[in-house]
Design a protein around this ligand. Structure first.
Ligand code: ASP
Length: 425
């Protein structure tokens, strides 16, 4: 029996933890009325502690792991021009897939009309979501005022830029800076080992996160917004299961079903945690097992977790149509184009942590003059959608990484085709 349990892969344990957590959460939600046991002991203490402890452990890894692996990844690229090619391709694919995602969402919104005939008064209109940062600020903030402050605050874009610069210079100076290069290489090894150890707790962490979410989920609030939720889910499904597989086949001829089999546990993890950032270590490891070189994934995955949010863009596209229809505002073609443009920018500005997509949504609403108050209406049910869209966000990063790696001729296709689920960590 024990031997059999030991043979279950980590990916499957994560799935088991997730399903069990959802089941326990729903059971508590519907069948346990004793609020002391349910809320005070379990939800607010045991599950809160287990879930957040795990997320905190992952967050602890992100900055040193990302920084070391970007420096090592970039410095190991012998030809400096290659960095430009990898970077250019990656950013191009990220922007295109996000623009495609918003377009799909707007199309679904136009077809299904999620906001039509909604009784706005009955839903309440309070919104406490604000977004102060402009797009110019977001672009300027890519350059750190002080790299150490960025490291300390975990600001991803400046951190990535500084890491790339250090990596390029290490590659250029070679022998002269061998010691620093070795320090980063060994630092990277330490962080990867630490990731493997922390990931062993993933099934328990995921169980607690899911149990807590499902125990507190208010299903009543979802009914009037059913069409909105449905539209977002359809958009996410199209992006994940039509757009991404098509891109993978088109550019690499790799088998998408095989990809999903090996990647599914990373999606589950993103789903349970609702954060792309915390999923970075797992995403990088799983891609490495699929034959992607660290040279590529160390750069594309942290960058993707920061600027590529296709799932978030889909939610934003549907939310725009929902609000416009609910308030009876007619959006013309130029307004829709503005939405596509600003949603792509918002995706760059959205940090890979829970619920930030709603904050950057204010920017998209403002760009076409929609009342920001409407965001308050979808606020209550956003958590569950955040889970789904984060799973799509990380899948987009992985697909793009595979394409870039393939085009870069650094993908080990035999390793990709191996028939095994994600197992290492
Ligand atoms: N939770 C999302 C992520 O981490 C961001 C968002 O849409 O709120 O990718």
């Amino acid at each position: 029996m024990l031997a059999k349990l030991k043979r279950i892969s980590l990916g499957n344990w994560i799935l088991i933890g997730m399903l069990l957590g959802a089941f326990v959460g729903l059971f508590l939600n519907f069948y346990v009325s004793n609020t002391f046991i349910k809320n005070v002991i379990l939800v607010d203490n045991v599950f809160y502690l287990g879930g957040n402890l795990f997320i905190k452990l992952l967050k602890m890894l992100v900055v040193p792991l990302v920084f070391c692996s970007i420096v090592v990844g970039v410095s190991s690229i012998s030809d400096i021009r290659k960095i430009g090619t990898i970077g250019g391709r990656t950013i191009f694919i990220y922007l295109i897939t996000t623009a495609l995602a918003v377009t799909i969402a707007l199309g679904i919104g136009i077809l299904i009309k999620p906001g039509l005939g909604l009784n706005m008064a009955g839903l309440g209109q309070a919104s406490n979501v604000t977004m102060n940062q402009t797009m110019t600020d977001t672009l300027l903030n890519i350059v750190p005022d002080n790299p150490f402050t960025s490291l300390a605050n975990g600001d991803m874009l400046p951190l990535i830029l500084f890491g790339i610069l250090v990596g390029i210079i290490l590659a250029k100076l070679k022998q002269e800076t061998q010691l620093i290069n070795d320090i980063f290489t060994q630092g990277n090894k330490i962080m990867m080992e630490m990731t493997s150890i922390v990931m062993k707790f993933a099934p328990i962490g995921v169980f607690c996160l899911m149990a807590r979410t499902f125990a507190g989920l208010g299903f009543e609030g979802m009914l009037p917004l059913g069409k909105y939720i449905l539209c977002v889910l359809i958009g996410l499904a199209i992006q994940a299961f039509v757009v991404y597989p098509s891109l993978l086949v088109l550019f690499t001829r790799l088998n998408p079903i095989h990809f999903f089999k090996r990647f599914i546990s990373v999606m589950f993890f993103a789903f349970s945690s609702s954060t792309s950032n915390a999923t970075i270590p797992l995403n990088m490891e799983s891609l490495e097992e699929m034959g992607v070189s660290r040279e590529v994934s160390s750069f594309t995955i942290p960058l993707g977790a920061t600027i590529n949010m296709d799932g978030t863009a889909i939610m934003q596209g549907v939310a725009v149509m929902f609000a416009a229809q609910a308030y009876g505002i007619d959006l013309g073609t130029s307004a829709l184009l503005t939405v596509i443009f600003t949603a792509v920018l918002a995706s760059i500005g959205t940090a890979g942590v829970p619920s930030v997509g709603l904050v950057t949504l204010t920017m998209v609403f403002n760009s076409v003059g929609l009342p920001v108050a409407a965001i308050g209406i979808i606020f209550g049910i956003d958590h569950i959608l955040d889970m789904f869209r984060t799973a799509v966000n990380v899948t987009g990063d992985a697909i793009c990484t595979l394409i870039v790696s393939f085009k870069n001729k650094s993908l080990d296709v035999d390793l990709f085709n191996e028939k095994k689920p994600f197992k290492k960590t």
